[in-house]
Design a protein around this ligand. Structure first.
Ligand code: AHG
Ligand code: MN
Ligand code: MN
Length: 298
């Protein structure tokens, strides 16, 4: 756990960051409502072709964080490098401005993800995380070191209201698993099949935010994006997607690990102990309630 500045300062700073995420989310939602999922000609640092909405959402968030003096630097999935905002600021924010944006054309839910660090972009420095689900309503999940559980707020057309505190049970019923199945390794195939044989139901939209939010709302289950033969380091990005949700799942009473299977052994590492070498590094990742994560870690 990081040494906290003081709880009163942290609370005030997180309040201003969270308010700014709320305001930005409404601006992003307006863009989504006018958009049909049009692509640009450009690719981002991971090689994904950017949609117009990815670029617009990124700019909205950059502008929002520029107005908060306690934010020292930001780094976005859509930017190659981090951006220094306020030299004297205490916090670094890493974000995925629009997650699952390729689903927009199909009118499925998409999201935004934020990791808020006191100091540099290292998972041990996380003090809070947030995600926004753009669905029938705009919903925001927020967790910090100041409180147990994950607070979930929804916008009613006028303001955000706290709906509930999300906590995971010991064991759930949902199974969400990504990547091309023919490229999974044998151990992952067997684990996924055992869960289905034990009665788990497949719930996978292809948007990490709604898929993980679904598990949090239903109280448990497993989300996995494993190492595959075509992507041995997984697809999901540590800073923009994996660390913020690992923090959220831990605050909700669950677990989050990375699993690497070699011919000789299985290496299980808690996600929040990984050290990214580059801002855009990826990792295989497994998020869930305790029972499911213990099951896949065996
Ligand atoms: P992004 O739109 O930010 O590039 O992220 C998409 C991610 C994530 O939301 C989802 O879980 C995953 O890609 C889906 O990948 P597969 O289609 O390979 O399962
Ligand atoms: Mn994403
Ligand atoms: Mn994205």
């Amino acid at each position: 756990m990081v040494e906290l500045h003081t709880n009163a300062t942290l609370e005030k700073d997180l309040d201003s960051i969270f308010t700014s995420i709320q305001e930005a989310s409404l601006k992003i939602y307006t863009i989504l409502q006018k958009s049909l999922g049009e692509y640009t000609q450009n690719t981002n640092a991971t090689g994904d072709t950017q949609l117009q909405a990815d670029v617009q959402a990124d700019l909205i968030l950059q502008e929002a964080f520029k107005n908060i003096p306690c934010v020292q630097q930001i780094c976005s999935e859509e930017q190659e490098k981090s951006i220094l905002l306020h030299k004297e600021g205490l916090y670094s924010i890493a974000y995925d401005p629009l997650d699952g944006s390729s689903l927009m054309g199909a009118n499925l839910s998409v999201g935004s993800i934020f990791g808020i660090y006191q100091g540099d972009f290292l998972p041990q420095n996380l003090v809070a995380s947030a995600y926004v689900v753009y669905g029938m309503v705009v919903g925001i999940g927020f967790a910090s070191l100041l409180k147990e559980g994950v607070e979930y707020f929804a916008y009613d057309g006028k303001e955000f209201h706290l709906q509930k505190c999300l906590r995971l049970l010991e064991k759930g019923k949902l199974n969400a698993t990504g990547g091309t199945q023919k490229n999974w390794d044998k151990a992952h195939k067997e684990n996924i099949e055992s869960l289905f044989n034990a009665g788990y139901r497949l719930r996978y939209s292809g948007g990490m935010v709604p898929d993980l939010h679904h598990i949090l709302v239903k109280g448990g289950g497993l989300f996995s994006y494993p190492a595959t033969s075509d992507a041995p380091k997984g697809k999901l990005r540590m800073l923009f997607e994996v660390f913020p949700f690992a923090f959220i799942f831990k605050r909700a009473g669950g677990k989050a690990v990375s699993i690497q299977q070699t011919q000789e052994e299985k290496i299980v590492t808690p996600l929040l102990t990984l050290t990214p070498k580059h801002l855009h590094d990826t990792t295989p990742c497994f998020f869930g309630s305790n029972w499911e994560i213990d099951f896949v870690s065996k």
